[in-house]
Design a protein around this ligand. Structure first.
Ligand SMILES: Cc1cc2nc3c(=O)[nH]c(=O)nc-3n(C[C@H](O)[C@H](O)[C@H](O)COP(=O)(O)OP(=O)(O)OC[C@H]3O[C@@H](n4cnc5c(N)ncnc54)[C@H](O)[C@@H]3O)c2cc1C
Length: 534
């Protein structure tokens, strides 16, 4: 096959236009093109008046070798690379020991899946409930029908933190071995839309993710793996700096010398336990800020002009960054086109915001977090001090919201002029269970408030209307990434505890669904190779 890149066509082109573009690019007769498929499709919207689709295509012709020779100096025609996944090991049939995976977020789920596919029959331990029960708890809390359950919420339970999300599936990490392709392929097998394999910024959306997660669990079980819910790991068994197993909240001990730790960024009690056990941990930077909501139509118009609403473009997103006079950088994070703002706390007495969308992305508002990077200099002295820092601002937001899990909210106009909001305007806030108007500067350090004010105005120069007075802010956004890094060696084992494989977002090695899943695959490969060696 030949991989053709950077084939550009207008938005409303036909299938024949695409076929003709391939024929023209390769300089062949129509009957010499046997077949073709789309490897990737993106759009170039830098010129709003002339938005184009950009294709990477795989073409089969009757003259592949000759064409490769003739076009060898063309950087946009190459041999199609092998992007299939190749397993690194296979468990012998008589293997009796079993690896443990803690957590069923994208990292733990994919670690478990790969181990199961290689025949290692993992035992996967999840503190929360199965995804259907968890959905009832989480949506129940949002609809004010249930209390926040610290073990079953947006952060904890089958599927992990990204289950109720926009399900964006792109990452900027280098992925030379195409692990990302393996993740997307498995997601499609489990029921995700096939287009995630070829559109450049795919997303799945909340409801579809629930089914996908359930399907992957069934696959793991069919391969001899075991998934146990409501099984919180409260302690590690460690002998001579080597993991010997885990202890669950109910006192049960499970013995294994290979434990993948994929607990996500909100497992604060687990981080404390690891620290108490002497596992190597350091504080790391993360970001805090607020969620902003605009009419989606404003973002569509600004990005796509007359093409706003085109089905191939969908609801527009954005990515913004501003370097402030006070030395801080502010950027947009986890943008959810046509979505809603959701309650993402996992601890009683705190309010945390985040965003989610359905696959259709057809809610009225666009939302994204506008966040400021903070570093251990802002929370000095202790490896876990970033957690106290997060908790402090989450508690401030809880109080400002009325101490009942409503989120404090403020119009952008009032936030910029330093006045509490007394009434909302044209943009109706979507946060559930509800909002209480107030003053968000009470929920952030002064330097962050100052930086976000400056950035909102600067962003208005990129997206006209971004700092419109009626745009709505809610807060506080603290769980952007892990406040710690659990240090590991090149072989994925903890720096000072053999057999412990810290992985995914909580350990500080990923940020997002796709990168966490990829890290889970790599941790599984490391475990498999080590188990066969010993
Ligand atoms: C509302 C929301 C929307 C998001 N939207 C997106 C998006 O659109 N795209 C994107 O790329 N990312 C998104 N993210 C971020 C993404 O979800 C995370 O980056 C990703 O889930 C991290 O994966 P992980 O497996 O490392 O950890 P997690 O997904 O956090 O999973 C960790 C799991 O471990 C379990 N656990 C924790 N401690 C223990 C213990 N002691 N014992 C047993 N089990 C334990 C938890 O219950 C949890 O299920 C979103 C996050 C949220 C909260």
């Amino acid at each position: 096959m030949l991989r053709l890149t950077e084939i550009k066509l207008p938005l409303d082109h036909s299938d024949d236009d695409l076929k003709n573009a391939i024929i023209k690019k390769l300089g062949i007769n129509p009957d010499e093109l046997i077949s073709y498929s789309i490897f990737k499709r993106s759009y170039d919207a830098r010129k709003r008046s002339k938005i184009t689709l950009v294709y990477h295509l795989d073409a089969e012709t009757s003259r592949n070798d000759e064409l490769l020779q003739r076009l060898q100096n063309d950087p946009h025609v190459k041999h199609t690379p092998d992007t299939r996944y190749h397993f690194v090991a296979e468990a012998p049939e008589n293997l009796t020991s079993r690896p443990i995976v803690i957590g069923t977020g994208p990292c733990g789920l994919f670690a478990g899946l790969i181990l199961a596919q290689m025949g290692f029959r993992p035992i996967i331990l999840e503190r929360g409930k199965s995804v259907r029960e968890r959905t009832a708890d989480t949506f129940g809390m949002w609809r004010n029908k249930k209390e926040l359950d610290p073990e079953s919420n947006v952060q904890f339970g089958e599927g992990g933190a990204g289950t109720f999300s926009d399900g964006k599936l792109h990452t900027q990490i280098k992925d030379r071995k195409h692990h990302g392709r393996k993740v997307l392929t498995e997601l499609v097998k489990a029921g995700a839309p096939e287009e995630i394999l070829y559109i450049s910024k795919p997303h799945v959306g909340t409801y579809k993710l629930v089914t996908v997660v359930e399907h992957i669990r069934k696959t793991i079980e069919s391969l001899g793996g075991e998934i146990r819910f409501q099984s919180r790991v409260d302690d590690l068994l460690i002998e001579d700096n080597q993991v010997a197993g885990v202890k669950l909240a109910n006192g049960e001990q499970i013995i294994s010398k290979h434990v993948i730790l994929a607990v996500g960024h909100s497992a604060r009690d687990t981080f404390q336990m690891l620290y108490n056990q002497g596992v190597a941990i350091e504080a790391k930077p993360f970001s805090i800020g607020l969620r902003v909501e605009h009419p989606q139509s404003l973002i569509d118009q600004s990005r796509f002009g007359k093409f706003a609403g085109h089905p191939l473009l969908g609801a527009a997103d954005y990515k913004l960054v501003h370097h402030c006079k006070n030395g801080r950088s502010v950027y947009s994070f986890c943008m959810c086109p046509g979505g809603t703002v959701v309650a993402a706390a996992s601890e009683p007495g705190g309010v945390v915001t985040n965003g989610m969308s359905q696959y259709s992305r057809n809610e009225r508002n666009a939302n994204s977090a506008i966040v400021v990077e903070v570093t251990p200099k802002d929370y000095p002295g202790h490896p876990l001090a970033g957690i106290d820092f997060q908790r402090h601002w989450e508690e401030c937001a809880f109080i400002e919201g009325g101490s009942n899990y409503e989120a404090p909210a403020q119009r952008v106009g009032d936030f910029l002029s330093g006045q509490p909001s007394l009434m909302s305007g044209a943009v109706e806030p979507s946060y559930k269970p509800g909002i209480r108007l107030g003053d968000l500067s009470r929920c952030l350090p002064d330097y962050a408030t100052e930086a976000i004010r400056e950035a909102l105005v600067a962003f208005n120069r990129k997206i006209e209307g971004f700092s419109m007075a009626d745009a709505m802010l809610t807060g506080v956004e603290t769980r952007t990434s892990s406040p710690i890094i659990i240090q590991r060696k090149a072989d994925y084992q903890s720096l000072n505890t053999d057999g412990l494989y810290p992985a995914g977002e909580g350990a500080g090695y990923a940020g997002g669904i796709l990168s966490s899943a990829i890290d889970g695959i790599k941790a599984a490969e490391a475990v498999a190779l080590n188990m066969l060696e010993k």
